[in-house]
Design a protein around this ligand. Structure first.
Ligand SMILES: C[S@@+](CC[C@H](N)C(=O)[O-])C[C@H]1O[C@@H](n2cnc3c(N)ncnc32)[C@H](O)[C@@H]1O
Length: 288
C-alpha cells in the first residue's frame, strides 16, 4: 500500500483539547515539572522518529542493563507510545517503555493500555518521574513553551538520563510528514535531524516550520540554521533533474551536495533514502 494509503487508513484523529490555565513551569519538588498543553496526537504520526530510533539507537538500548524508554507527553491517547513499543520491542530484549503525562486525566484515560513492565503510563514531567531512562522521546511537547523554558526543560531531562542516555526532542506536523528533532546527551545537543515525506515538500526549507523550539526563532539571516536551510534549498534546486527518478532521489542528490560542501552530516548515507538527514548540532546552533 502507498504511504498515503496506509496513512489514510491509520488516521485516528483526536480532537485538540481546550487549553487549560497553565500552571507555573517550575512546580513544587514532588510535582511533575511542566504544563499541560493540547493533547493532539495521531496514529503513526511519530513513525519517522521511530524509524530513526530503530536504525540508530538499538545498540544503545541493547548495551544497557535496563533498556528503559520514556515517552514524555504522549497526549490524549496511548497510540504513539504503543507504536513505539511495537517498533522497538522486537529488537530490544527486555524493553520497558513508560509514557509520562503531566495531565493526570490523560494517565487515567489509558489505564487499560498498561502492561507493565513492557509498557506503563504514569504522571510525570521533565523530571521524568525519577526514572533513569536510556532514551527519552519528547515529541510535540515543547512547542507551546517559550524558548527559555524549553532550554530549561532540555537541561532537566538530560539530568535525568541513565549513563550514556539520549533525549530526542522534536516536532512534526499532524500526520508526521514533516518532522525535525534534536538528539541530546548529558553534555548537550549533538545533532539536528530533518525528515520528510519528500513528495510532500516543495523545498527542504518547508521543514523550517517544524524546527524545535531551540531553533525555530533563529531561522533568520546570519544564523547557522538559516544558512543550512538555504544551502539545502540551493542543492535541491540543482538536483532538480533527479526528480525523474523520484523525489527521494532528488533529496539524496541534494544531501550528497551538502556533504560535498562540507556540512558535517552524521550517520549512514542509507538514511538519506528515507528522506532524512542528520547534521551536527555545532553547525546549526544559534549564535544569538
Ligand atoms: C501535542 S501532545 C503530543 C502527543 C504526542 N507526543 C505526539 O507527538 O503526537 C503534547 C502533550 O504533552 C503534554 N505535556 C506538556 N508538557 C509536559 C511535561 N512537562 N511533561 C509531560 N507531559 C507534558 C501535554 O499535556 C500534551 O498531552
Amino acid at each position: 500500500m502507498s504511504e498515503a494509503g496506509s496513512e489514510h487508513k491509520k488516521r485516528a484523529s483526536l480532537s485538540p483539547q481546550p487549553q487549560r490555565k497553565a500552571p507555573r513551569l517550575a512546580a513544587g519538588r514532588a510535582r511533575a515539572l511542566g504544563l499541560p498543553t493540547r493533547g493532539t496526537t495521531n496514529a503513526n504520526r511519530l513513525r519517522r522518529v521511530d524509524r530513526w530510533l530503530l536504525a540508530t539507537q538499538v545498540p544503545r538500548l541493547r548495551d544497557s542493563p535496563r533498556p528503559l524508554v520514556v515517552d514524555l507527553g504522549y497526549g490524549a491517547s496511548a497510540v504513539t507510545t504503543l507504536e513505539l513499543v511495537e517498533r522497538l520491542g522486537p529488537e530490544v530484549h527486555g524493553l520497558e517503555v513508560v509514557g509520562l503525562e503531566i495531565d493526570p486525566e490523560r494517565v487515567a484515560a489509558v489505564a487499560a493500555d498498561r502492561d507493565p513492565p513492557r509498557v506503563d503510563f504514569r504522571v510525570g514531567g521533565f523530571e521524568l518521574a525519577g526514572l533513569r531512562p536510556v532514551i527519552v522521546r519528547a515529541f510535540n511537547v515543547l512547542r507551546q513553551y517559550d524558548e527559555e523554558s524549553a532550554a530549561r526543560a532540555w537541561d532537566t531531562m538530560r539530568a535525568g538520563l541513565a549513563p550514556g542516555g539520549l533525549v530526542v526532542e522534536g516536532t512534526c506536523d499532524e500526520w508526521g510528514r514533516r518532522s525535525a528533532w534534536v538528539a541530546l546527551d548529558d553534555d548537550g545537543p549533538l545533532t539536528l535531524t530533518l525528515a520528510a515525506r519528500v513528495s510532500d515538500i516543495e523545498r527542504p526549507s518547508d521543514l523550517a516550520e517544524r524546527l524545535p523550539k531551540a531553533l525555530i526563532h533563529h531561522n533568520v539571516p546570519g544564523e547557522p540554521v538559516h544558512d543550512f536551510l538555504r544551502a539545502f534549498d540551493a542543492a535541491w534546486a540543482t538536483a532538480a533533474g533527479l526528480s525523474t527518478f523520484g523525489p527521494r532521489q532528488r533529496w539524496v542528490g541534494a544531501v550528497e551536495a551538502l556533504a560535498e560542501q562540507g556540512w558535517p552530516l552524521v550517520g549512514s548515507s542509507r538514511r538519506w533514502r528515507h528522506g532524512e538527514v542528520t547534521v551536527r548540532w555545532s553547525a546549526v546552533a544559534p549564535v544569538t
